[in-house]
Write a new protein. Structure first.
Length: 135
């Protein structure tokens, strides 16, 4: 009940501000239009895709891993040398990239190698470009 009162109070505050920052004659209608826009944006699955992608690449170390894998598949020990970081740190970054579907690990003898899905990266970038292109 208290949450509902807080939301109602906040809605009234926003409605009051709307017509001061944007000359409008009906703050209720404007507020409802903005709520509807917010719902549409929230339901846009491409924004979820972009969030997953940007979260996965939001580290310089992960960007370095991606660039190292562009050339060829690499084992964890090679990535340790490239980044000059511990195996546990590398594993943390690799898990994030695997979860996003950007890379995949595979066993080769007793080592784990990682492969970059270049087409998935291209798809992520196309979606990113479509959604965030400013005209």
């Amino acid at each position: 009940m208290k949450v509902l009162l807080i939301k109602q109070k906040r809605s009234l505050e926003i409605k009051k501000l709307l017509c001061t920052c944007n000359s409008c004659s009906n703050s209720n209608a404007h507020f409802e239009n903005l709520l509807e826009l917010g719902k549409k944006l929230e339901e846009n699955e491409n924004l979820d895709v972009i969030e997953r992608f940007t979260s996965a690449i939001s580290s310089k170390e992960r960007l370095i891993i991606i660039n190292a894998l562009k050339e060829q598949d690499r084992c964890v020990c090679e990535l340790e040398a490239i980044l000059n970081k511990s195996q546990s740190t590398i594993s943390h970054h690799l898990r994030k990239l695997v979860t996003a579907g950007i890379i995949q690990g595979y066993k080769k003898q007793k080592f784990t190698y990682y492969h970059l899905f270049k087409e998935e990266i291209k798809q992520y970038l196309e979606i990113f470009n479509q959604v965030l292109t400013v005209n």
